[in-house]
Design a protein around this ligand. Structure first.
Ligand code: DMJ
Length: 631
């Protein structure tokens, strides 16, 4: 209209514009559009808009695919948890909170961007169990296995001398004995229960149990790295072949998130890092995806049980009457989930555990202590029961190990660990009249003067963390680790079998012994020898090998049967009944820690590896020469 009034203007088209004027008008329009779009990003609340435009491509590739694998639409919580965690560094990442980290952002984009048309098509399709699986066995990865191996400070199995030239030393023959025990445990399992979850050595058959949602072969997966470590090559190949041919993930039962994570995911991840075999990486990631529906809760704190078929979740019925998640369970996912992200490029795994970390960091803690039960709905503690044994244990372990696995960059984990340890020292630690140091359990301020066998891992944990404590506390923590380990040894030494009970008390003159028959059993648990191994590496005090050897002898005498190893019903009986179970953690942990106790320190060096709570080694994220995290 304005132009029509200009004198001399001759309309050249039905819209009244000549070609140059049309061009100018279009130029003006496109300038306006660009300006408006740019302004969106200057508005104070622009982050949501940015997410709208950018997120699906850059921030969370695979999230949609993963959510739909399990039949779950992407919920608000999954997209962005109520209080999204400031990203703590994953293995291989610099701290994202640091402003001075442009290189990191580049690396992050590199790893998370779909790497090719196939992946883009897959993420877009994302409508079935094959969402991340264009064809069986292909999940692309930018993870460079050779570069990772070159960053290790020590050869994985240590610098072994030429054994054929050396005279057989005592320690070598002890190590050989433990290797023979592993071989026997494996061969018995293979003979009577191959592919089942556990061996029942008395009835000579297999047992599936109800923790793994229909998954089979828990013993195979839990054994892989131990077989590899002990150079039981034929047995390792048998285990690997079973994983390749018979380990199927299309199962539909109810599984424990925690148990599947620590045994299956942990075992597969370790097998991959030790061998570089793709089958382990791919199966670990696919199984990790099947666990994600457990996190579909208002707080992002996962429930303990996930249904592989429906993708629903629930809490254990017994956990404060069915409404609680358990600290040791949801607090023991961090190590494995960061590695799942590392090996898949899918950030969803890391996001899940960062959110758990944030909830735990921000919540009020009674006297600085972490109770064992938390509501995944309200995010409140459900009962003031605190324990470094069962229900609490590996949460503390994963804090210090997160710090170590991050090559000492995850400051949040470090701070949370030492603060928790201080609270434990102040409120739970005791010395018995007989001079034994123990960690009691706490119920709303009242102490149960008992320690579970499970709590005996804490000697090793405190030793592991001692060197990074404030200088004035280091000697104290070294001593504390030694004292707790000594107490746990006493619980073994005071039994008739020289194996320790499930729980022991410090009451009315009776110390470090079980007081009820219901607590007198031993199920081949590893925690005491685990602490011997860490204390040995820290001190080289021969007492730890002596104590470790006592355990070997006792296992041989009381737990070895004709068809495998079995737990026993009563450690205070010289002719104990067997429980007919060769637990998977006996092969994953007990025998592995014993073997390491009698090996050189550079075999699975603690500079390069942290052990998950099922003793599966996961690599430390050493930076490469450019300063970028490696693993
Ligand atoms: C193992 O499965 C793990 O060590 C877990 O953290 C606790 N219990 C058993 C061994 O006792």
């Amino acid at each position: 209209m304005l132009m029509r009034k200009v004198p001399g203007f001759v309309p050249a088209s039905p819209w009244g514009l000549r070609l140059p004027q049309k061009f100018l008008f279009l130029l003006f329009l496109s300038g306006l559009v660009t300006l408006c779009f740019g302004a969106l990003f200057l508005l104070p609340n622009s982050s949501r808009l940015k997410r709208l435009f950018l997120a699906p491509r850059i921030q969370q590739p695979g999230l949609e695919a993963v959510a739909q694998v399990a039949g779950h639409p992407v919920t608000r919580e999954q997209e962005s948890p109520p209080n999204p965690a400031p990203a703590a560094p994953a293995p291989g990442e610099d701290d994202p909170r640091s402003q001075a980290s442009p290189r990191r952002r580049k690396g992050w984009l590199r790893r998370t961007r779909p790497t090719g048309p196939r992946e883009e098509a897959t993420a877009a399709r994302g409508s079935s169990a094959t969402a991340l699986r264009p064809q069986e066995g292909s999940i692309s990865s930018s993870f460079d296995f050779n570069a990772f191996r070159s960053r290790l400070r020590h050869p994985v199995l240590g610098t072994t001398a030429d054994k054929s030239k050396e005279p057989q030393s005592l320690v070598q023959s002890q190590r050989e004995k433990i290797k023979e025990m592993m071989q026997f445990a494996w061969q018995s399992y293979k003979r009577y229960a191959m592919g089942k979850n556990e061996l029942r050595p008395l009835t000579r058959d297999g047992y599936e149990g109800n923790m793994f949602g229909g998954l089979s072969g828990a013993t195979v997966i839990d054994s892989l790295d131990t077989l590899y470590l002990m150079e039981l090559k034929e047995e390792f190949q048998e285990a690997k072949a079973w994983v390749e041919e018979s380990f199927h993930l299309n199962v539909s039962g109810e599984a424990s998130l925690f148990e599947v994570n620590i045994r299956y995911i942990g075992g597969l991840l370790s097998a991959f890092y030790l061998t570089g075999e793709e089958v382990f990486r791919i199966k670990a990631i696919k199984l990790g995806e099947k666990l994600l529906p457990a996190f579909d809760t208002p707080t992002g704190i996962p429930k303990g049980v996930v249904n592989f078929k429906s993708g629903s979740n629930r809490s254990w019925g017994w956990a404060v009457a069915g409404g609680s998640s358990i600290l040791a369970e949801f607090g023991s996912l961090h190590l494995e989930f960061l590695h799942l992200t590392q090996l898949s490029g899918n950030q969803v795994f890391a996001e899940k555990v960062r959110n758990i970390r944030k909830v735990l960091r921000d919540i009020d803690k009674p006297f600085g202590l972490y109770p064992n039960f938390l509501s995944p709905v309200s995010g409140n503690w459900m009962q003031h029961h605190v324990s470094v044994g069962g229900l609490g244990d590996s949460f503390y372990e994963y804090l210090i190990k997160s710090w170590l696995m991050s090559a000492k960059t995850d400051m949040e984990a470090k701070d949370m660990y030492y603060e928790a340890l201080e609270a434990i020292e102040t409120h739970l630690l005791n010395v018995s009249p007989g001079g034994l140091t123990y960690i009691a359990e706490w119920r709303g301020g009242i102490l149960d003067h008992k320690m579970g066998h499970l709590a005996c891992f804490s000697g090793g944990m405190i030793a592991l963390g001692a060197e990074d404590a404030q200088e004035e506390k280091r000697a104290r923590y070294r001593e504390l680790a030694a004292q707790i380990t000594k107490t746990c040894h006493e619980s073994y030494a005071r039994s008739d079998t020289k194996l320790g009970p499930e729980a022991f008390w410090f009451n009315s003159g009776r110390e470090a012994v079980a007081t009820q028959t219901s607590e007198s059993y031993y199920i081949l648990r590893p925690e005491v020898v685990e602490s011997y191994m860490y204390l040995w590496r820290q001190t080289h005090d021969p007492i730890y090998r002596e104590w470790g050897w006592e355990v070997v002898m006792a296992l041989e005498k009381y737990c070895r049967t004709e068809a495998g190893f079995s737990g026993i019903q009563d450690v205070y009986s010289k002719v104990p009944d067997h429980d007919n179970k060769q637990q998977t953690f006996f092969l994953a942990e007990t025998l592995k820690y014993l073997y390491l106790l009698f090996s050189e320190d550079d075999m699975l060096s603690l500079e390069d590896w942290v052990f998950n709570t099922e003793a599966h080694p996961l690599p430390v994220s050493h930076p490469d020469s450019s300063g970028r995290g490696g693993a």
